[in-house]
Design a protein. Structure first.
Lengths: 330, 351
């Protein structure tokens, strides 16, 4: 049985000079025959994870093993063979080739694998019949509905009977009738030794899953009393990339808000002084912290939950929170 | 290799653009072909005249560069001296000059050849007979005159007694064949001087102050005045090749840009970069091939309309096809580079 194992996976890249780390130390083990749903909001690293699993993106560090194969140790030529024979991918926008018919789109992986034209045609015919498109084989993608295109994309993904299928947002751009077909297909495919990994933010399909992996941990925030934190010079309040549910108001001292660019080092964004507040975006939008906050001097800050902070600020809208209105420290 | 089907399908998909590019490139190729044909025609035209005279070698003055354009005058009496040299089978006087013919519409240049009426020297007469007196001329059929017509060449009125088929020199100028005495009267005020001695046989020695040149040198002499035009036309041909290359290159580069997502998907599905490149290269080769065939056909249609000889040979056509393919491939390098650089991760991107 070919299980999928992910160990301490880190992916970091540079975006406009800033270091982005969508996946930071991910560990995961998926057993063969599972349908796994990778859940999370946009930008949390779902597609990045699929790219790594598909041998398309090399992670910064960590290891991916599929059965006996260490995917992260494969060279370029081996990765092409891995992508061709082991992985089937269903892309978010279907990504069918517009100049090819449905039949020819399904034949592409078989052409790449060197199959004969006759055998490839028969197999593509069989697959399109299986997904209910026997009457649309000679149509080009532009003449197919979104759901039909999605089914062609599925047929293409399973053309070489891969053991790992990756589907990126397979229900996006589909109406509810089409979604039903896709769900049925997904469930059918995750049988035997095959693993199906679906990246989505569509919580409707969670019931299908054998396992759900939330890339951003569940955001728990309970109403509690404001929390006073005292800091000595150099001590860190929170780090870039961490998850937190408190918004901080500076009571005393100075704190520096710094961001770690891609090339290393630090970039000072702001020095927070009494009356300033920071850290509101993460809790509000359930995102990781985008910067590190460290005390410059002896400092005291008070941490508020979002609800408590709204009361403190006297507003109920996010807009007022992020516009940084004056706050009374008394 | 089966992945090449995707390239052919893409050609069908964007057929209007490809057809437009192939026609455009084909027209450029046709021009290139015609210019090359014209350049080649200069030499073929000269070769045709030299062959029609039927003379093996020429004796010219040592300081002259050829028997025609580059000749210098010497006494006709030398012909008798040369004729008696050991190894010489026959020797004839040859007179050459270029003068003006007062045509019905405008004056035009004619090449005057003075050769004996019989034997080698006088080209085959297509109609009528060879001139036998100084007042008679055998004219090139390109002049459009008939036997019996009178033409004013230089200061003389001559009667056309024969026609020579399409005989021209110096890029389409008509040839006029006269007797030696007729040509001497027309070109040298009747003085008994000649431009060269035409020979059959190989003389074992040559008189002092003279040298011997073969037909190849005679052809070189005849095309020498066209050397500048030939060079200019070669430059134009190179520029046209560059334009054709740009058209094919732009087409393939645009195609590569528009197919970035397709290439990313192919790579993500395990298609090798080599296969992707082969598809693009195939498109460039096909466009170049279709354009060169179109260019060849156009050149065959347009060539005869030119007032000068356009020589389209099979070898020139094959060279054009091979050069077109090479230029097409070179021009598509930018597109190929783009295809190599496409990251398969792009396939995961949004619309």
């Amino acid at each position: 049985m070919d299980d999928l194992r992910i160990k301490d996976l880190v992916v970091e890249y540079s975006d406009g000079g800033d270091a982005i780390r969508p996946i930071d130390g991910l560990d995961l083990k998926i057993t063969a025959g599972s349908l796994v749903i990778v859940l999370g909001p946009s930008g949390c690293g779902k597609t990045t994870l699929l790219s790594c699993l598909g041998g398309i993106l090399s992670p910064t560090s960590g290891c991916i093993e599929f059965g006996d194969v260490e995917v992260t140790a494969l060279d370029r030529r081996e990765l092409i063979a891995y992508r061709r024979h082991t992985v089937g991918i269903v892309f978010q926008m279907f990504n069918l080739v517009p100049s090819l018919t449905a039949l020819e789109n399904v034949m592409v992986p078989m052409w790449a694998a060197g199959w004969s034209q006759r055998v490839a045609r028969e197999r593509a015919h069989e697959l399109l019949t299986r997904v209910g498109l026997q009457d649309r084989m000679t149509h080009r993608p532009g003449d197919l509905s979104g759901g039909q295109q999605q089914r062609v994309a599925f047929a293409r993904a399973i053309a070489l009977d891969p053991r790992l299928i990756l589907a990126d947002e397979p229900t996006a751009h589909l109406d509810f009738v089409q979604v039903e077909d896709v769900l049925r297909l997904l469930r059918e495919l995750a049988t035997g030794e095959r693993i199906v990994v679906v990246a989505t933010h569509d919580t409707r399909i969670l019931a299908l899953a054998d396992r759900v992996v939330a890339l951003v941990p569940p955001f728990t925030s309970t109403d509690r009393e404001p929390e006073t934190v005292r800091l000595t010079p150099g001590s860190v309040l929170f780090e870039q990339g961490s998850i937190g549910d408190l918004i901080y108001v500076v009571s005393e001292g100075e704190l520096e808000i710094v961001r770690e660019p891609a090339g290393g080092g630090e970039e000072l964004l702001k020095v927070a002084t009494p009356g300033d507040y920071f850290g509101e975006i993460g809790p509000l939008f359930r995102m990781p912290r985008s910067a590190t906050v460290r005390a410059r001097t002896d400092a005291t800050v008070v941490g508020y939950t979002v609800e408590a902070f709204r009361e403190r600020l006297g507003t109920s809208t996010e807009r007022h929170l992020i516009e940084h209105h004056e706050i009374d420290t008394e | 290799m089966r992945m090449l089907i995707t390239a052919l399908r893409d050609l069908q998909w964007r057929r209007r653009r490809f057809i437009t590019a192939a026609i455009g490139t084909g027209m450029v190729f046709a021009l290139t072909f015609i210019i090359t044909g014209l350049t080649h025609g200069f030499r073929v035209e000269a070769q045709h005249v030299v062959d029609s005279l039927g003379i093996d070698t020429y004796i010219i003055e040592a300081g002259a560069v050829g028997p025609f354009m580059g000749s210098s005058r010497f006494p006709e009496a030398e012909t008798g001296v040369v004729a008696r040299l050991p190894g010489v089978e026959s020797a004839i006087p040859v007179v050459y000059g270029n003068t003006i013919l007062q045509d019905r519409r405008s004056p035009q240049n004619v090449n005057v050849y003075g050769v004996p009426e019989r034997g080698s020297g006088m080209p085959p007469i297509a109609a009528g007979r060879a001139p036998s007196s100084p007042g008679e001329v055998a004219m090139s059929s390109t002049l459009g005159r008939s036997i019996g017509d009178e033409v004013e060449i230089g200061a003389s009125m001559l009667r056309i007694v024969g026609l020579v088929g399409k005989s021209t020199t110096l890029a389409g100028q008509a040839n006029a064949f006269l007797t030696v005495a007729g040509a001497q009267r027309l070109m040298f005020s009747g003085q008994p001087v000649i431009s060269a001695i035409g020979l059959h046989g190989t003389p074992r020695q040559i008189p002092n102050g003279y040298r011997i040149v073969d037909r190849h040198a005679a052809v070189d002499d005849m095309v020498r005045p066209l050397q500048g035009a030939r060079l200019a036309m070669s430059y134009m041909a190179i520029l046209l090749w560059a334009v054709a290359g740009l058209i094919v290159g732009s087409l393939i580069y645009l195609s590569a840009l528009e197919r970035t997502r397709d290439f990313a998907v192919f790579k993500a599905l395990g298609v090798t970069t080599k296969s992707v490149l082969a598809g693009l290269a195939l498109q460039a080769v096909l466009v170049a091939l279709v354009a060169s065939v179109l260019g060849g056909l156009l050149a065959m249609v347009l060539g005869p309309l030119f007032p000068m000889l356009v020589v389209v040979t099979t070898s020139a056509f094959l060279s054009l096809v091979v050069t077109a393919v090479v230029i097409g491939l070179l021009a598509s390098l930018a597109g190929l580079r783009h295809a190599v650089a496409v990251d398969p991760a792009l396939a995961f991107g949004g619309p």
